[in-house]
Every structure is written in structure tokens, then in C-alpha cells.
Design a protein around this ligand. Structure first.
Ligand SMILES: Cc1ncc(C[n+]2csc(CCOP(=O)(O)OP(=O)(O)O)c2C)c(N)n1
Ligand SMILES: [Mg+2]
Length: 629
């Protein structure tokens, strides 16, 4: 057996470069490069390896400004690539490592592959406690990196070099498995990274990881086909898995042929273009009028590639027909069973193609004319509402957020990718943005992690440089993590960042109000006032355009419709990233459409508003379908 003498760090770089992924005959390298911030934990180990072998292995290195951000960036890249490629992310010991934990959780929740290499304390323990070591007083083998365990789909610590031989292949199996994928963490003690071993040369031979497309079993397929055939008011809920599986055409054919309306989750939005006759828009807590009405009456709900989170089910209140049957089409059995569904454990595209064929073979005609008419009428009504919300009405001093969304969407069109994650924007974008293809709407609403948006914008632009990328971001989340603007500038990655400035955390203020707290307590960006001792002073003026400029981007202030249009047009021809600061009314967001979200108000309080909220809550929560677990 011929061997090669390399350090652990060098072996990792060489191994990653040889890992390929293949689906439907298309093959590409899986790891596009390495993001990382150096410290004593990795500079002489993985860092040295990248410096020496990076060019030969075509493994470029990128430097973010924050370790959390690089994981968001990698997962957004993977999402835009339908999980067919990602980045590796590395950090030093301690704080660098724990900074990545939030990113790991976000990737795992959203079923997105990211490969993480946090550094760890000395395996030989001789210098203990090394700088940044937590020193657990009871469990000597526990380190800060153990915080990755609950948020990773695979975790390992390499305390002897030869452990890589089993760990790395397993890491790539999990990363490329469509059901198991998520954050994969391999913790690398500082000393072990620099240690040498004799590695079998075959370890570094090209390996192609096939992404399976499991087809549905005959029995369950026949059962589901029969359920569809006999349903009177069926509804599809499309999730992100429908897009990752490239099921757009298959879903279109299935829905169109059998007259079944398609509603969308945040991750599934765009699987059909907004103006597709069968697309009835978003469902659930932030859902629209058409889909939520149809959901209430549906006698058959087919969820396709969805986690069925509480926003989609309106905390289990949106499906009110007690006789409704649920079908879960998912290659992840865990998700396929959600809502006590009849599970069809299969690839979304394969399942829809097979279902269409089975139904055609049985001579099924699909839904009747009155139902199709009702679907078309509800869709027309919903589209008109959306038009209304998007149109500037001049009712408030500043434009309303829905109006800015309309102006922005019209300015960039239906094929630019809009990016968002947290705040009130996700709900408004879900209702109002009009994507014309399945990569034109990129929402991280599984972990809804403030700070995701800007790094994600960079990740998407790297995944598809020719696409226009628009980051729609609240002032609160911008202030939480904006430092990757510097990275965008450094890398020559051009994105447009639109800051919706409403002076704080307005969605949480709304939420507090719905639970009886009618002050702005803690949720607006205000000075502390000596009179109240609280944050009740004037708004803190933050100049986001100047901030963007200070980071090396172009900064523009645009508070009117014409200014926004001009700013977007200028950003399009600019040579670098632009930050557009838009003041929006603090009080105007798209209204709810019969959705609900379970947020329990205090059960006892001396405040009347809270007691009233609790009474309203008791009525609403009674509609929860507790049996759908
Ligand atoms: C990391 C993180 N911390 C806290 C939250 C809870 N949270 C959700 S939205 C929000 C406020 C967001 O404010 P902003 O971005 O200005 O959006 P707005 O609500 O004003 O539209 C907060 C604190 C979160 N989603 N993520
Ligand atoms: Mg805000």
C-alpha cells in the first residue's frame, strides 16, 4: 500500500478537494472553498495546510469578519445550489468555535449542509489550560466545542490522526445525504492538526457521493393515489424540499392536471411562479387569504418537502376540517409523518411523477369544476389584495413597508433573488413578493436568525454571480451583524442591501401588544430617559447610508418612491455593494389573513390589557388541533 506523509491539516485539505457529488448524472466538486478566521488553534495547523496546498488543490480560502456569518454564508450558498455544493468553515479555539454554533443550528434546522472545523484544546493536555479553554471542573473531556453536538447532524473530535480515516468519509456521507444533511462538525485539537501520519494514497482518490432519489413504494403510492382521487377539496403545501429536489415541473404537472391548488411555506415560496394559476400563495400564520381559506376547508392536505413548522400550520389551527386526511411526501421519514400524515417516504420529484402517472392510469379526473372555480376566484381576490398593499397610498409620512416591498420588487423584477430571515419583513415578503422562479426568493425562516441576511446575500452571489441579489433587512437585524459588508467589498461581491428602518424591533413590539403590553417596552431603538429610567426617549438616529459607506460600500438614502427606484438603478450599474437606507413607517405592515401564532400571554397580571389578551388567547387556542401530532 503506497502512503503519503502529511499532517492532519494537510490531509483534510487534500481529502476535501477529492470529494464530488452527483445527482441525475451531473457531477461537481462538493466543497467550493474554505472560510475561516485564524487564531492559535488553527493558524499553524489547518491554516498552514491551506497555505501550502490550497492552490494545488483548488481550495480557495476566504476571510469573513465573524465566524457566525461564515456559516450563514456557507448555508445560503448550499441552499441556492440545492444542496449540491457548500463551503467548509474553520475557526480557532473557544470563542471562534462557539461563534459558529448559531450558524450550525441554523444550517441544521434548515436541512442545509455545512462542514465545520472548530479548533479544540490540546489533545495531549500538556499546556492546559490553553488560552480560551473553559476547563470543565468535573468532566475533563468536555470542551466549548461540545456545544456543537445538539446542533450538528454529525459530530466528531479528532484526538488521534488516524481517526480521520473513518471520520471524514462519514462526514461527507451525512453532508450529501438528502435526509440526514445539516451541520457536520469535526473538532480539531490544536496539537493534532499539526501531527503527521502516513496516509493511504487511496484515501485521497476522487470519491463521488451520489444523491439518491428514492421512489415511493407501490403500496403507499396506491393508497395516496386513492386519497387524491377521492378528495373533493385537496390542497398542497409546498416546502423547501420541493425546490431542493428540483420538483418544480413535476409539481406543476401534478397540480395542473388534477386541479389541486398549491400553497407555499417560506422555504417553498417560488416553487411555482407567483402568477401560476394553481399557486394560491402562502399558508399559515403569515399566510394569505386564498391559501388560508382553502386550508380551513381542505379534506386532503399533501405536504411536500416541508417541516410543517408552526408558521405553516398557524400553530396547528389552520386546518379546521376535522375529517381532513394528511399526506406527507418527504424523503425524510421524520418530516413525512408530520400531522399524523400518511407518509410517502420518497424524493419529492419522483413521488409527484409517480403519483401523476398512477392517477392518470386510474383515469382520475381531478377536482370538480366548482372547486377549480373557487380556487381561481380566491386567487384573483388574493392577487388584488397584494396589488393593493404594494401600491403607494401616501397615507403616512414615510412609505409603508408593503409599499417599499412593491417598489423594490418592481424595480428588480421577479428573477432577482430577495434575501431575508427575521423581523416583520419575512411575513410581508411572504405575502407580497412576487418571485418568477424558484431561486428568486430566499428566506431563512427555520431558525429565523437575525444576522443571516448579509452573509447569505454574499453566499448567493457566489453561488450564482450573474443573478442580482437584494438583501431586504430590518434595522434591528442590520445592527446585529453587518460586518460582512466589508467582506463583500473585499471580495468584489456586489449585492444590494436595503435597510428597512422603522426604529427598532417593530415585529416584537406588535407581538408584545398582541399579548397585552401596549408600550414599546424594550423594542424600539430609543435613548434611555432619566424621567422614566427606561428606553422611552427619542429615536436614536442611525445613518445607515453613512454606515455602509464607512464599511467601503456605496451608501444611499432613499425615502421616497422615486429615490428608491433611482437608488436601485444606480446600485445595478455600480461597481460594488450598495447600502440603501429607507425610512419606513413604524406602524404599517401587511395585515394578517386569518392566520394565528401561539404566543401565550401571562396567565396572571395586574394589567387589564394582559388579562384581555389572555382571554382572547383562550378562545384562539381552543381551535388548536391537538391530535395532529
Ligand atoms: C439572533 C436573533 N435574536 C433575536 C431574535 C428575535 N427577534 C425576531 S425579529 C426581532 C426584531 C427584528 O427587528 P428588525 O430587524 O428591525 O425588524 P422589524 O421587526 O422592525 O421589521 C427580534 C429581536 C431573532 N429572530 N434572532
Ligand atoms: Mg426594525
Amino acid at each position: 500500500m503506497s502512503t503519503v506523509r502529511l499532517t492532519v491539516g494537510q490531509a483534510i485539505v487534500k481529502f476535501m478537494a477529492a470529494q464530488y457529488i452527483e445527482r441525475d448524472g451531473a457531477k461537481n466538486r462538493f466543497i467550493a472553498g474554505v472560510w475561516g478566521i485564524f487564531g492559535h488553534g488553527n493558524v499553524a495547523g489547518l491554516g498552514q495546510a491551506l497555505e501550502e496546498l490550497g492552490d494545488a488543490c483548488r481550495m480557495p480560502y476566504y476571510r469573513p469578519q465573524n465566524e457566525q456569518a461564515q456559516v450563514h454564508l456557507a448555508s445560503a450558498y448550499a441552499k441556492h445550489k440545492n444542496r449540491m455544493a457548500t463551503f467548509a468553515c474553520m475557526s480557532s479555539i473557544g470563542p471562534g468555535a462557539t461563534n459558529m454554533v448559531t450558524g450550525a443550528a441554523q444550517a441544521t434546522v434548515n436541512r442545509l449542509p455545512v462542514l465545520l472545523f472548530p479548533s479544540d484544546y490540546f489533545a495531549n493536555r500538556l499546556p492546559d489550560p490553553v488560552l480560551q479553554q473553559v476547563e470543565h471542573p468535573v468532566e475533563h473531556d468536555v470542551s466549548a466545542s461540545d456545544a456543537f453536538r445538539p446542533v450538528s447532524r454529525y459530530f466528531d473530535r479528532i484526538s488521534r490522526p488516524e481517526q480521520l480515516l473513518s471520520s471524514l468519509p462519514e462526514a461527507f456521507r451525512v453532508l450529501t445525504d438528502p435526509a440526514e444533511t445539516g451541520a457536520v462538525t469535526i473538532s480539531l485539537p490544536e496539537d493534532v492538526q499539526s501531527e503527521v501520519d502516513e496516509w493511504p494514497e487511496r484515501f485521497f482518490e476522487q470519491r463521488v457521493w451520489h444523491v439518491r432519489r428514492p421512489v415511493p413504494e407501490a403500496g403507499p403510492l396506491a393508497r395516496v393515489a386513492e386519497l387524491v382521487r377521492t378528495a373533493k377539496r385537496p390542497l398542497i403545501v409546498a416546502g423547501g424540499g420541493a425546490i431542493y429536489s428540483s420538483a418544480e415541473t413535476a409539481l406543476d404537472a401534478f397540480a395542473t392536471t388534477f386541479g389541486i391548488p398549491v400553497s407555499e411555506s417560506q422555504a417553498g415560496k417560488g416553487v411555482l411562479p407567483w402568477n401560476h394559476p394553481m399557486n394560491v400563495g402562502p399558508v399559515g400564520a403569515n399566510g394569505g387569504l386564498a391559501a388560508n381559506r382553502l386550508a380551513k376547508e381542505a379534506d386532503l392536505v399533501l405536504h411536500v418537502g416541508s417541516r410543517m413548522g408552526d408558521f405553516v400550520t398557524a400553530s396547528k389551527t389552520i386546518f379546521q376540517n376535522e375529517d381532513a386526511t394528511f399526506v406527507g411526501i418527504n424523503l425524510n421519514a421524520f418530516d413525512a409523518h408530520k400531522l399524523r400524515a400518511v407518509p410517502l417516504v420518497a424524493d419529492a420529484r419522483e413521488a409527484l411523477v409517480a403519483l401523476t402517472a398512477a392517477l392518470k392510469a386510474s383515469g382520475a379526473a381531478g377536482t370538480d369544476a366548482p372547486y377549480r372555480k373557487r380556487v381561481a376566484a380566491l386567487k384573483a381576490e388574493w392577487d388584488a389584495r397584494v396589488d393593493h398593499h404594494r401600491t403607494p397610498k401616501g397615507e403616512t409620512a414615510e412609505l409603508a413597508q408593503p409599499e417599499v416591498i412593491g417598489i423594490l420588487n418592481d424595480a428588480v423584477g421577479g428573477h432577482a433573488t430577495v434575501v431575508c430571515a427575521a423581523g416583520s419583513l419575512p411575513g410581508d415578503l411572504l405575502k407580497l413578493w412576487r418571485p418568477e422562479d424558484s431561486k428568486a426568493y430566499h428566506l431563512e425562516y427555520g431558525y429565523s436568525c437575525m444576522g443571516y441576511e448579509i452573509p447569505a446575500g454574499i453566499g448567493i452571489k457566489l453561488a450564482q454571480p450573474e443573478r442580482e441579489v437584494v438583501v431586504a433587512i430590518g434595522d434591528g437585524t442590520y445592527l446585529m451583524l453587518n460586518s460582512e459588508i466589508v467582506t463583500a467589498v473585499a471580495e468584489g461581491v456586489k449585492i444590494t442591501i436595503v435597510v428597512f428602518d422603522n426604529h427598532g424591533y417593530q415585529c416584537i413590539k406588535d407581538l408584545a401588544a398582541s399579548c397585552g403590553t401596549t408600550t414599546q417596552f424594550g423594542n424600539e431603538l430609543r435613548f434611555r430617559e432619566s424621567a422614566t429610567g427606561r428606553l422611552t426617549g427619542a429615536y436614536i438616529p442611525v445613518d445607515f447610508a453613512k454606515h455602509g459607506e464607512a464599511m467601503g460600500a456605496i451608501g444611499v438614502t432613499a425615502h421616497t418612491e422615486d429615490e428608491i427606484r433611482a437608488a436601485v438603478a444606480a446600485a445595478r450599474t455600480a461597481d460594488r455593494t450598495t447600502v440603501i437606507h429607507v425610512l419606513v413607517s413604524p406602524d404599517k405592515r401587511a395585515p394578517g389573513y386569518e392566520g394565528w401564532w401561539d404566543v401565550p400571554p401571562a396567565q396572571v397580571s395586574a394589567q387589564n390589557n394582559v388579562n384581555a389578551a389572555r382571554e382572547r388567547y383562550a378562545t384562539a387556542v381552543a381551535r388548536q388541533r391537538k391530535e395532529l401530532l
